[in-house]
Design a protein around this ligand. Structure first.
Ligand SMILES: *Cc1c(COP(=O)(O)O)cnc(C)c1O
Length: 393
């Protein structure tokens, strides 16, 4: 499926990704096409990035026009896209202040620095973080330090000091780790890489209460579960539990590399000040045009409402498949972020799915992870079920 010219040309790339044997060429809507013209139904969306799917004419036109005007100017100057993108994100999230980064991991770094600076400003002596087992927050040293996955951590230890790991959805395990040194508690409202585990309502509420009582900052990582994927613009909104700091990336730029961290006014006033943080590329006019336009399209096309509408159909079809298929133990997830716990090795199922022309990904615990573009229709769900059923047989 991969032509040798493309495979061979990878010789000087550091071999660090185990790529699937597919070389993609272009996309249209929820379909991708390989270099031989074979069509794939995409239920991976570039790991949750391409929320609007592929070849969105309105987005692409805006990006092309921006590219012809200015791509980069540095953060020494003003550009209208910057403030406009921040306004749109603030309106969508209910957060007050936004900082643009180039990736999810960088957004995490910024969130950790914000929490440390908040404690420093308040002279509280707090510097420790509580993170969750099976979490994933990215690959930079700070992000790995709060990632609860030993394979990602051990070769790089010692990492950032003062991080303790609690059990996800076990409030007592969090409480047991809280001390007068805790400055932040970081969690994904729906764990993605860790195996598609949604947070329980009581867990989110309990952490909020704990943070309020002790002036600890609650940090929600919305890099994967945000931007409409779970049926609310950001997953925490589905719980009615507002964090103090949140991180975003993946779908906010629909493929243009951009991330952000955002915070409440209260945190902003007492944390990062000029000189404390920065980035050369972050929030450049092209990246901010992507965010601006993506959010505009989300609103105009009522993407979040669409996710809410299609979710029951997707979950019903997946439950039906789970029921009748021996090698699926369980379905977990919310909205268009779903996981099927398999008893067959994922690699085997994936190989068959690729033959069928279906793209899916995996998550920890032999979970088959489904993260389709948010624009899928019922007919795409039906097509996915048919292909998956054959891949599992
Ligand atoms: C993907 C991901 C990240 C890291 O984002 P990068 O852009 O790859 O650095 C962080 N947190 C979560 C929850 C993610 O899914």
């Amino acid at each position: 499926m991969v032509n040798e010219k493309i495979r061979g040309a990878e010789g000087h790339l550091l071999h660090i990704y185990n790529r699937f044997p597919v070389a993609l060429d272009h996309g249209e809507g929820v379909y991708l096409y390989d270099t031989e013209g074979k069509q794939y139904l995409d239920f991976a969306a570039g790991i949750g990035v391409n929320g609007l799917g592929y070849h969105n004419a309105e987005l692409n036109d805006a990006l092309k026009a921006q590219l012809d005007k200015l791509c980069h100017i540095s953060n020494l100057y003003y550009h209208e896209n910057c403030g406009a993108a921040a306004d749109a994100l603030a309106a969508a999230s209910g957060m007050d202040k936004v900082f643009f980064t180039n990736s999810g991991a960088e957004a995490i770094e910024g969130a950790l620095k914000t929490a440390r600076k908040y404690a420093w400003t308040k002279k509280s002596g707090r510097y420790e973080f509580i993170a969750m087992n099976h979490s994933f927050h990215g690959r930079t040293v700070g992000a790995v330090s709060v990632t609860g996955h030993s394979e990602y951590r051990e070769p790089f230890e010692p990492l950032f000091p003062g991080v303790h790991f609690a059990e996800y959805n076990d409030l007592d395990s969090v409480k047991a780790l809280v001390s007068e040194k805790t400055c932040g508690i970081i969690l994904e409202p729906l764990q993605g890489e860790g195996g598609i585990h949604p947070a329980a309502q009581e867990f989110m509420e309990g952490i909020r209460k704990l943070c309020d009582e002790q002036d600890i900052l609650m940090i929600c990582d919305e890099v994967q579960c945000g931007m409409g994927r779970t049926g609310t613009m950001f997953a925490w909104q589905g719980y009615g539990v507002r964090p103090d700091i949140m991180t975003m990336a993946k779908a906010i730029g629909n493929g243009i590399p951009v991330g952000a961290f955002a915070m409440t006014e209260r945190v902003a006033e007492q944390s990062l000040k000029p000189g404390d943080h920065g980035t050369t590329y972050g929030g450049n006019p092209l990246a901010c045009m992507a965010v601006r336009k993506v959010l505009e399209i989300f609103e105009k096309e009522q993407i979040v409402e669409h996710v809410k509408k299609i979710e029951p159909y997707l979950t019903a079809r997946l439950d039906e498949l789970t029921e009748k298929t021996d090698c699926i133990l369980e379905r977990r997830g919310k909205g268009l972020m779903q996981g099927l716990v398999l008893t067959k090795p994922f690699a085997e199922v994936n190989r068959r799915a690729l033959e069928e022309g279906l793209l899916v990904i995996s998550a920890e615990g032999n979970v088959l992870r489904l993260l389709p573009p948010l624009i899928i229709e019922e007919k795409h769900v039906d097509e996915m079920i048919e292909k998956l059923e054959r891949a599992l047989s």
